[in-house]
Ligand binder design. Structure first.
Ligand code: BGC
Length: 533
């Protein structure tokens, strides 16, 4: 018996374009698989594990930056955009990875980092020597001797967003000092990035299938670089307008990139990593002539609370529907605390994380999975300070230093020096519990999180229309989210205790087994269930 419809239809997609409902698996390159035993994941390691991702049911893989870089920010400080850093392999390895992925039916998305270069990039070295400074933001300082930064902007990683160079002038870096911001008003910068995109779109013939655009909201700064008037800028990101983020001028760049992407066969896509003050502002990045997708950080940031989650789902779907784009869903990535831990950690955190995954996979839109979430990995919270590499840890006296804990190499086997990550230990130590979380230990165990993801992804593919198209909210008690999709109902109990409901249909899958008796069902606390109707 289905429940009464209470909501209007939300989100209507065309259902034909691959990226509208794609499940895209994020590989954090340095922590996925190490083929050569140096403790750092690499492209050959990834290539060897692609069959795992195809079998898991991913449609595409997103690789974090593997370009030439001094690694001041895990590769998001690029010194040469057209090479593979020797840490991760060679261009030939990248071509081979692309061929293998495509052979397995997996698309490959790579990161592009256009807001800033590394301070070792040839352009910045020239700038330090006095030439080509117009490619960056150099300004004289304030104060009697120019000893104060040109404005009050703060770096996202803590401290001032300006660093002074030998001749007394200052350059802007919204992130670490090793990541000087490019000046996108300069046509040379625009031309160079178009050439970089083409390089990767053509690599080895077929090229990559798209780009994740790093800091897609940051490339254009407000004219005159005005003061903000408060030091609380990091807390304002994503909720208020700042003169260095989400400026209208960025859209012109994304339109140019869309034209470039569309000039290649095979539906190459751009996905914006954009922080905007509202779902409506975020939707501007995915207008039909701009990028294809934007990460939905509102969903990621939403607490485990039924009413809050429903509101975020509604707002996200309405905003993207207004421009005809698909919504995306994401729970974890390499910059945030893993969601098992965010939802409370321990057994309760894992229960909620499993339920949230089923919720996300039942919603219309494209889904981003972060490596290891399919294993139910928690955040590693006890890394020794001396092993940390995240620049935000060092620039904020440790307060924000949470990004290494989600970047610990993932476990493939129950034992071995790095649980199958590589032949030797990994670059960060793995907890002892990693063995039981490993792919090998979970494979074939029907109660495991890995098998839950495998089954969910297979069902999502099989149930035509689940990834795209309309959804309807259904009546449910407070704390319970219920919605229908074509031939399908999803119920999520966000309360810690069981709830009794009329059984919506035939049980398909559940993050914690419901107790069905006759016409009614008892749904365990913190769980999600899929039903065929
Ligand atoms: C990336 C971070 C990186 C920052 C600067 C972010 O959006 O996801 O890992 O530190 O951009 O490039």
């Amino acid at each position: 018996m289905t429940q009464q419809l209470t909501g209007a239809t939300t989100a209507a997609g065309t259902g034909t374009r691959w990226w509208r409902d794609a499940v895209i698996y994020q590989v954090y390159v340095r922590s996925f698989a190490d083929s050569d035993g140096d403790g750092i994941g690499d492209l050959r390691g990834i290539e060897g594990r692609l069959p795992y991702l195809a079998e898991l049911g991913a449609d595409a893989v997103w690789l974090t930056p593997f370009y030439g870089s001094p690694q001041a920010d895990g590769g998001y400080d690029v010194a040469d955009y057209r090479v593979v850093d020797p840490l991760f392999g060679t261009l030939a390895d990248a071509e081979s990875l692309l061929r293998t992925a495509h052979g397995l039916g997996l698309r490959v998305i790579v990161d592009v980092v256009p807001n800033h270069t590394s301070d070792r990039h040839v352009w910045f070295r020239e700038a330090l020597a006095g030439g080509g400074r117009a490619r960056y933001h150099f300004r004289p300082g304030r104060g009697a001797d120019g000893e104060l930064p040109p404005n009050d902007w703060q770096s996202v990683f803590g401290g001032p967003a300006w660093t002074r160079v030998a001749d007394g002038s200052w350059y802007l870096h919204l992130f670490a000092p090793e990541q000087p911001d490019l000046n996108w008003e300069n046509p040379e910068v625009r031309a160079e990035f178009e050439a970089i995109l083409r390089f990767w779109l053509e690599l080895g013939g077929r090229g990559v299938d798209g780009f994740r655009v790093d800091v897609a909201h940051g490339m254009v700064k407000a004219a005159g670089l005005p003061d903000i008037g408060t030091a609380e800028q990091v807390q304002m990101i994503g909720s208020q307008t700042l003169p260095f983020f989400d400026q209208d001028g960025v859209h012109e760049i994304h339109r140019a990139w869309r034209t470039l992407l569309d000039s290649y066969a095979g539906e190459r896509i751009g996905v914006a990593e954009a922080w905007a003050p509202s779902a409506g502002r975020l939707a501007l990045y995915v207008r039909p002539d701009e990028l294809h997708q934007a990460f939905n950080f509102q969903f990621l940031r939403c607490p485990w609370d039924g009413a809050a989650m429903r509101a975020v789902v509604d707002e996200s779907l309405a905003a993207t529907a207004s421009v005809g784009a698909p919504t995306t869903w994401v729970l974890s990535n390499h910059d945030v605390v893993r969601h098992v831990t965010r939802y409370g950690g321990g057994a309760a955190g894992l229960r909620r994380a499993r339920a949230a995954a089923l919720l996300m996979l039942a919603l219309p839109g494209s889904v981003y999975l972060y490596q290891g979430e399919e294993l139910g990995l928690p955040e590693v919270t006890d890394l020794p300070d001396e092993l940390r590499e995240d620049p935000s840890f060092f620039r904020s006296a440790g307060q924000e230093g949470l990004r290494d804990g989600c970047r610990v190499p993932i476990p493939w086997t129950g034992d071995g020096p790095s649980y199958g990550f590589g032949p030797g230990p990994g670059w960060l130590p793995q907890p002892e519990s990693w063995g039981k979380h490993s792919v090998a230990e979970q494979t074939g165990d029907p109660g495991s999180t890995l098998e839950l993801y495998r089954t969910a992804l297979a069902l999502r593919r099989r149930l035509a229309g689940l990834g795209d198209g309309p959804m309807h909210w259904l009546d449910g008690p407070e704390g319970v989210l219920a919605f229908s999709r074509p031939g399908f109902v999803c119920t999520v109990n966000t309360l810690p205790r069981p709830v009794e409901l009329p059984a919506p249909g035939r049980l398909l899958l559940s993050s914690a087994a419901p107790d069905i008796s006759g016409e009614s069902v008892r749904i365990p606390g913190d769980s999600c269930t899929w039903w065929a109707i």
